[in-house]
Design a protein around this ligand. Structure first.
Ligand SMILES: CC(C)(COP(=O)(O)OP(=O)(O)OC[C@H]1O[C@@H](n2cnc3c(N)ncnc32)[C@H](O)[C@@H]1OP(=O)(O)O)[C@@H](O)C(=O)NCCC(=O)NCCS
Length: 158
């Protein structure tokens, strides 16, 4: 894997349509769940984006969503298909974990179809039933609910 130059910034409203397109493409490929445009605007402050410093093009995005005082979720992680395997996903998740640490949140989880990627970053498998009920209230909007086929992974930051 070659690590490419990446600019990591907080997402702004002007980035949302490109983020929506990226997430929709990965969702159509069955790799992640879709997000509505309105949902992205509402949760925009959760999002980091990775850009190509040369031309500002969107390379990927990822959200850190706070669930409770001791738990946050990495959500909507995706990297442009032609930019994968260059460390963009790792960089985005590492910054989310740094943000969680800075906020004093000791545990971060993800629901994912690619647990092996998260294992590389130090996450371990988790029984979904171990997650608090609060998590599932957000799942009510998911078209797969209640037949969630994602796997849960988590990392303890202390
Ligand atoms: C999963 C995804 C975000 C990984 O992003 P990426 O930029 O390609 O990943 P990185 O280059 O940072 O890889 C980091 C490590 O994870 C490994 N890895 C990456 N994708 C992997 C996968 N699908 N399965 C297993 N390992 C994977 C890499 O080999 C690398 O390991 P190394 O450090 O030993 O070389 C990207 O493939 C993607 O956007 N997929 C479609 C959407 C998706 O599945 N999102 C996750 C939803 S939670």
């Amino acid at each position: 894997m070659t690590n490419m130059a990446i600019e990591l910034v907080r997402a702004k409203p002007a980035d949302v349509k490109a983020m929506y397109g990226l997430i929709r493409t990965s969702a159509e490929e069955g790799q992640m769940l879709p997000r509505a445009l309105s949902d992205l605007y509402e949760c925009l402050r959760d999002f980091l984006i990775a850009r190509d410093p040369a031309d500002g093009a969107l390379l990927g995005c990822c959200a850190l969503h706070i669930v409770w005082d001791d738990l946050a979720e990495v959500r909507s992680l995706t990297v442009r298909a032609d930019q994968r395997s260059h460390g963009v996903g790792r960089t985005l998740v590492a910054q989310c974990l740094a943000d969680a640490r800075a906020l004093g949140i000791p545990r971060v989880f993800a629901l994912t179809y690619v647990p092996a990627f998260f294992h590389k970053l130090g996450f371990h498998d988790l029984d979904k039933e171990a997650l608090p009920h609060k998590v599932w209230s957000d799942c009510l909007r998911c078209h797969k609910y209640p037949d969630c086929d994602e796997l849960a992974v988590a990392i303890d930051l202390v």
